[in-house]
Design a protein around this ligand. Sequence first.
Ligand code: SF4
Length: 378
Amino acid sequence: MATLRDIVYENVREGELYQELDDKRIRCFACGHCCPIPDGRPGVCQVRFNRGGKLYVPWGYVGGVQCDPIEKKPFFHAYPGALAYSFGMLGCDLHCAYCQNWVTSQALRDSAAVSPPLKVTPEGLVREALQYGAKVIVSTYNEPLITSEWAVAVFREAREAGLLTSFVSNGNGTPQVLEYLRSWVDLYKVDLKSFDDRRYRQLGGRLQPILDTIRSLYEMGFWLEIVTLLVPGFNDSDDELKRLTEFLASVSPDIPWHVTAFHKDYKMTDPENTSARDLMRAAEIGKSAGLRFIYAGNLPGQVGELENTYCHNCHELLIERYGYLITGYYLTSNGSCPACGTTIPGRWDPSFQGQITDHPLLPRPRRPLFSFLVPEGS
Ligand code: SF4
């Protein structure tokens, strides 16, 4: 019977983001690890591998699909209320102990993470996105950088059909992968998990490639929003938050920063859940650093004005929210403040288009890629 690894290794195509080295070794550029991979071995992410001196990458399946309000990704300055048809494959280049998507992201590392792949085509995904009324199609749930070739195949179809495209990513990129994605990705969310390199090494990465990616994404013109999941005792000291937000403000004070509440998940169950007071403290630090658009997430109704968008010039209320629900929309047709005329950074429709849902919806069930699946390690 097939194991998950068998299935993942059979559903591949030759990748584009690599170079050949000597002795059938290759170097992958899809993420900041830039793995040198000998023949017959996978990279750190486990889903890209070297066979005979060529890099093979995941193709033709998803680990899950879901229709989300765009506010859940979260994007607060891009097409408010839009439906974001979201798909993910399997695997990740990091291994965060508090991952909320561990069932897909850690599928080849953790035998408890069983998420049978579902067979799909780019055309089929786009067709379904349109049927549900999506405006944006999003690669998410696993780390999209490591499955960039597949995402671009889906996004080619999506663009033809008039959809916008997006990555929800840990930001562990390289110049090569960002150049590869530049023409295909409209909206990019980066999870900036800490401002301490030692913490990033605990999660399996390094801080510097993520900071470089954030700066490059902004300079290359992707619409960029940043999220920091505030984990008590892990990344929430005043000093760390000050350095983190000063860095973001140095890239641009117009980048929206979402500071969101942790709840015990996966292997991280020791820290207390984040309180509303902690989110508000972090927001104050970000404001002092010069950021103009700060949002507190995951605790609807408990964080005062921090769910809403206000004009950074005159403090007029522009978009009112409760959780993912838009309860008021007052921007002008050209994305300006109705009171003082200041342009609000973002990607705006000429008017609010309504909201299909304020909570995730599951599309119809699909046929698994293989019905008999033996969990890894059994
Ligand atoms: S995506 Fe990253 S972790 Fe995976 S093989 Fe490429 S460089 Fe290594």
